[in-house]
Design a binder for this molecule. Sequence first.
Ligand code: PBG
Length: 309
Amino acid sequence: MVRETRLASEDLIYPLFVCPGSDVAEAVESMPGVSRCSVDRVLDICVDVTSEGIPAVLLFGLPESKDAIGSTSWSDDGIVQRALRAIKAAVPELVLIADVCFCEYTDHGHCGVIEDGEVSNDKTLENLALQAVSLARAGADVIAPSDMMDGRVGRIRQALDDSGLESTPILSYAAKFASAFYGPFRDAADSTPAFGDRRSYQMDPANGREALREAALDVLEGADLLMVKPALPYLDVVREVRRRFELPLVAYQVSGEYSMLRAAAANGWLDYERVLMESLIAIRRAGADLIITYGARDAARLLDSGWTE
Ligand code: PBG
């Protein structure tokens, strides 16, 4: 009765990796319980996720082919576009959030266009606009740019508005840190940079005040929801963003956070269910309204069976 913080399945967002083919469900070794799935199998998962009370999924694509600029990411027939159309038709009540970035689509694995060995911020903005409009047209309810280029929220907002998509909201990865916790995701999404790192566009883990500046810029540019990522190592940032901004706040419990729990549990060192639920309630306590987590379905199942710990 006096519990201050609650967790419900409606607070959770489940990430999915869509790959080519049919009847494919390829396990991601470093993320037990997570698979890359073809559109037909993703569809089955979306039906189940909806019946489990999870309101939204976040879609990542593994394209058939890659090039220097990631052009398949804005193809009408792209892998995520195909998934969006299929899911929208079959499960219209499920909220479809499309990740917008290029690292899964470029042959060098960086999140944008390379010029003189570096990611060109402004050239990338133009392609982000193309990708965002293509995904929204294919059925994305929410556009979630994770690239971390400066000015992207404003550019995407303008492109959506110019295309008659003014009611499509933007969930901005406002404070996305250059984190080693993304390691397993890069296995899953085949998006490890071929050279260098992402520190020219993602944030220094030491900078909490800069995270607030990034969030403030995104709010001015028209973001509708804000995100802090990763979650558990950055709870101070979650708290501070919650305190300073009125927008809905999302925290992303990233691949490495999930894999740590799974790996320790596989060794018999931690109880997976208990540490999952404890970390999710901690993220809510810090101030997140919504949590993106690979453990969303496990948590929904536990909550449904009356979990009270
Ligand atoms: C794409 C992107 C990444 C993640 C989400 N979108 C990887 C990265 O920036 O390298 C990581 C998610 C996770 O680790 O679960 N830029």
